[in-house]
Design a protein around this ligand. Structure first.
Ligand code: ADP
Ligand code: MG
Length: 233
């Protein structure tokens, strides 16, 4: 897979996604065009049902558009073999979705260590614990996911992503279940990842605090981008 490092991180061209069920058809995205540059921190906002999660899934290569093109560094994700897309997800694109998947038979610390290893980095236990500390979970390092709350599992998944140091972080409502203090702490961590590693960050969110901290806000309505702007001008 040949990627073009001069290309935009993501380039979406007239992306349409239609979900067809037996008797209903839902148009989740109605022609989205956008370009995301390396190192941008973008908040994707909009009401429930506006298409945020669909957009992120397409960028993650977890779903294919019904029409149009989703390119990651110049590579059309729709044209990749499943294996190539899986590789990309493992090494370049870190994803934190609403439904979290930590390995249930591993402790949080082991999950963080494994996430780093799968991304090609071997880390010491101390570093894994440090990543958990950054998301406020150091005291839970030896716990398994099942004994944690939904919000804690989500922060645990974020610690895994931080340990993997992806070049892209896609997050779906990652602060949704958190109180103000924890949400700010998580956003601090995300910002630090961007500043230190140049990670491109896209966060789908209902949360005005997330939008305020982003460089750019994309607002969706009924599957269209209705606002695309730099909030901090
Ligand atoms: P948001 O994340 O902004 O709440 P979504 O992207 O989840 O919005 O959904 C956009 C629209 O697509 C909604 O109308 C939703 O019901 C529909 N949708 C999303 N996923 C599916 C699916 N797998 N099957 C059918 N409809 C779907
Ligand atoms: Mg959603």
């Amino acid at each position: 897979m040949v990627m073009n490092t001069d290309a935009a991180t993501f380039e979406l061209t007239d992306v349409i996604r239609v979900f067809r069920e037996v008797d209903v058809e839902t148009i989740a995205l109605r022609g989205v065009d956008l370009s995301i540059a390396p190192g941008e921190f973008v908040a994707v906002t909009g009401r429930s049902g506006s298409g945020k999660s669909t957009l992120l899934s397409l960028m993650a290569g977890a779903d294919r558009p019904t029409a149009g093109r989703v390119a990651f560094r110049g590579v059309d994700l729709g044209r990749l073999e499943d294996r190539e897309r899986d590789e990309l997800r493992g090494s370049e694109i870190g994803i934190v979705f609403q439904a979290q998947n930590l390995f249930s038979m591993l402790t949080l610390r082991e999950n963080v260590e494994l996430a780093a290893r799968l991304a090609g980095r071997t880390i010491a236990s101390e570093e894994a614990v440090a990543q958990l500390e950054a998301v406020g979970l150091a005291a839970r390092a030896e716990h398994r996911p099942e004994s944690l709350s939904g919000g804690e599992q989500q922060r645990g998944a974020l610690a895994c992503i931080l340990a993997a140091r992806p070049s892209v972080l896609l997050g779906d409502e990652i602060t949704g279940e958190l109180d103000t203090h924890s949400a700010d702490a998580v956003l601090d961590v995300v910002e630090r990842l961007r500043d230190e590693s140049g990670t491109t960050v896209l966060l789908a969110t209902h949360d005005a605090r997330v939008a305020r901290r982003a460089d750019r806000v994309l607002q969706l309505r009924d599957g269209r981008v209705v606002h695309d702007g730099t909030e901090r001008q």
